[in-house]
Design a binder for this molecule. Structure first.
Ligand code: HEM
Length: 389
């Protein structure tokens, strides 16, 4: 890490409406997915149940990918220390992803691979455009670091995952379908996109939000190797892949512990607390996988890890972006709200509690999905209050 004070200030070229558009649509997809699953808990009884396919894509591809892509627009210039080449390219990505996912979801619900392929095809185009844009940004980077390497891997998996999904959708329709290939698609999405992005971007964000300067990024570099090899091992059916994922988790916890130990800001705020609570779901999820319970592992990963980490980071990023663009220019000229007063912290805390509790219980007691849905609603309320502040 350089000694420079990190900041998430968007370059003037990244308009606020771009990340906020992704965050708003992503939160709407989260609510849609949670409610769908809460209304149809019987979907949890079978992998590939139409409702499970629809809600898992709303959660992962809608909420997870939406917030990730939205956050990367202002974050990539900070990591690479050079502006995005064409920030306006984010709008076609937003439109293609935002229009394609509902079509894909309806395709899953109707068990019609044509709509899955059509909607998924729009999403794929949007994500390929984004990955291409990131590739241009990487070529112009003024500074390279393990966080940048993590982002490069993430952009590769953001393109590969929908390509593998399309392969499944098209082969379902036209033949040569192989159910075994779903594992590649799921691994590329959950490990390649989410684990790598959250641990890579999380390293940067948690360091920034806790004012922890000078943590070396060597452990993160090693972690990327270990997780990629673990993913490859699992895709090739090697049980050693699980061992490498476990080693990756140990490294991730060690890295996070080092960041926290060096922090200047001693009190952990709501966003960082939820991030840490989300990380605690990773060993649970891995344990379930080792015990041969993939559905339970997926639920803890999606609802617990992803739900808590991503909502926690939104509680930090949204007030920061809104304050910087809306109020920073008015400081000294008129009264402006303090950054820390923009988020209704009690609502955000309650949202995290409900999401965490619901996620923990859902594999044993599916009605707990309503608890998750209540957490999702409170999270949406807290973020909406930030926008209204
Ligand atoms: C980052 C993006 C994505 C993630 C994380 C993701 C994740 C998943 C997950 C977890 C499943 C298993 C669901 C279950 O067990 O019920 C799945 C299945 C599937 N996904 Fe995705 N998905 C993504 C993008 C896409 C896209 C863009 C398409 C486009 C067509 C797609 C098509 C499919 C299909 C067809 C299946 C069922 C495969 C089969 O039956 O073998 N996915 N995906």
């Amino acid at each position: 890490m350089t000694g420079r004070a990190p900041s998430l200030t968007p370059t003037p070229a990244v308009p606020l409406s771009l990340p906020l558009g992704f965050f708003a649509a992503g939160t709407a997809f989260l609510l849609w997915g949670l409610l769908l699953l809460a209304i149809h808990p019987e979907a949890l009884q079978a992998v590939r149940h139409p409702v499970l396919l629809a809600s898992s894509h709303l959660l992962f591809l809608g909420f997870g990918v939406g917030v990730l892509v939205g956050a990367l627009h202002p974050l990539v210039p900070v990591v690479l220390e050079s502006p995005l080449p064409r920030p306006a390219l984010g709008y076609p990505t937003l439109a293609l992803w935002g229009a394609g996912l509902p079509l894909q979801t309806l395709g899953f619900l109707q068990a019609d691979p044509r709509w899955v392929a059509l909607g998924g095809g729009l999403v794929l185009l949007g994500l390929l455009l984004f990955a291409g844009h990131l590739a241009l940004a990487f070529r112009r980077a003024s500074r390279w670091s393990p966080v940048a390497t993590a982002l490069a891997w993430v952009s590769f998996y953001l393109a590969l995952t929908p390509l593998l999904g399309m392969l499944q959708a098209l082969t379902l329709r036209y033949g040569f379908y192989d159910p075994e290939r779903m594992a590649w698609h799921v691994l590329a999405g959950l490990v390649g996109v989410f684990l790598l992005s959250i641990l890579g971007v999380g390293h940067k964000l948690v360091s920034m939000f806790t004012l922890s300067h000078g943590t070396d990024e060597g452990v993160l570099g090693l972690l990327l190797w270990v997780l990629n090899l673990g993913l490859l091992g699992l895709a090739l059916g090697q049980p050693m892949g699980l061992g490498l994922l476990a080693l990756g988790l140990v490294l991730a916890f060690y890295d996070t512990w080092r960041i926290l130990r060096q922090r200047v800001k001693r009190a952990l705020d709501v966003g960082v607390r939820h991030y840490l609570a989300g990380l605690a779901f990773l060993p649970l999820s891995l344990g379930a996988l080792l015990a041969g319970e993939p559905l339970r592992a997926g639920l803890w990963f999606g609802l617990g890890f992803l739900g808590l980490v991503v909502s926690g980071m939104l509680y930090k990023i949204v007030p920061f972006l809104v304050w910087t663009q809306r109020y920073a220019p008015r400081v000294g000229l008129e009264p402006v709200p303090a950054l820390k007063d923009m988020l209704p912290e009690r609502a955000a805390d309650a949202a995290g509690l409900l999401l965490g509790l619901g996620a923990l219980l859902t594999p044993f007691w599916p009605p707990a999905l309503w608890v998750c849905a209540a957490g999702g609603l409170l999270c949406a309320y807290a973020l909406e209050e930030v926008l209204r502040s």
